[in-house]
Design a protein around this ligand. Sequence first.
Ligand SMILES: Nc1ncnc2c1ncn2[C@@H]1O[C@H](COP(=O)(O)OP(=O)(O)OP(=O)(O)O)[C@@H](O)[C@H]1O
Length: 362
Amino acid sequence: MSGDPTLLVRLRLPRAGFLLDVDLRLPGSGATVLFGPSGSGKTSILRCVAGLERAQDARIVVDGETWQDDAARVFLPTHRRALGYVFQEASLFAHLDVRGNLEFGRKRTRSPEAARTLQDAIELLGIGHLLGRPVGQLSGGERQRVAIARALATRPRILLLDEPLAALDAARRQEILPWLEKMHTELKLPMLYVTHSADELARLADHVVMLEQGRAKAAGPVDAVLSSIDGPAAAGEDAGALVHGVVAERSAEWQLIRVAFDGGNLWLRDSGVAVGSEVRLRILARDVSLTTREPADTSIQNHFPCMLESVAVASHPSQVLLRVRCGETALLARITRRALFDLGLETGSAAWVQVKSVALLS
Ligand SMILES: Nc1ncnc2c1ncn2[C@@H]1O[C@H](COP(=O)(O)OP(=O)(O)OP(=O)(O)O)[C@@H](O)[C@H]1O
């Protein structure tokens, strides 16, 4: 597990159909995504961290401060926990304008830096032009940005976000995601982010906890969890790896950009990202194939050498899921069991991967 282990969440809580039972040591900065199907206990964990629900046998430590420790009979009420909570639907005060809503949040803290913090939050979320607007005249995405700024203005030690994009349509979601990414890049603040969207997971997470029926089925840095072939992320159509790279070159002639990563280069459609930008790419297992020799005369131009690291049976027995290593980067490939047999590949074999499609996430 990476990062400072300054966020501890241990709790047990009986739910309708199961016992929520987790013991998480999470990094003290960056975004930890709680990911899992509906009803797996994600919101319940946030509510316990916030002190809105009282778990048993719990120990919750945030930024070195104990918020709950049942063994020591410590339980801080919600108002004494320095947290920002952002819900699915922004709960703004309808009788106040945007400025009034932001000031309301700020009144909870009397610190001398509070005005600066509020100004920083306004700039970070890009809502300076909305300050005099009645909240009834905001779009869904703008409402959420105001709600997040209001949470940040209280100078929290942790930000809890419960499916903050789920109530928005696809276009609004795409509009607000870059603001969340910016916040994530610029703030040291730890965030617990609940979602069941694979796209939000891939774009925002540093760390991930995969929940199922109240248990953490996998937890760790997002790259490692997504490229594991036997974890819960490997099941299903959208199994795939995350690749971190840098835009190294732009070809005006072909309208392509070259992303260099530790293990090779990928040419992608030019979406206007500046040369030098750090980007995240998502490569689905179903878009990766293998060859034993360097491919030639193929329309799939993204190919590079790799080493076969491990093999698992995929959800259908005709198929296998392979984890291959290209430099420091792990990719997943899903091919038929027969293809694996015909190619004569086994763990440790050198091969070539061909990548048919890549999604640029940021
Ligand atoms: N107060 C409660 N008492 C008992 N069970 C509850 C209570 N609140 C929720 N539950 C149940 O606990 C389970 C977990 O709910 P929770 O809201 O934490 O899941 P979730 O993963 O956040 O789901 P979703 O993605 O749908 O929001 C669900 O089965 C839910 O019906």
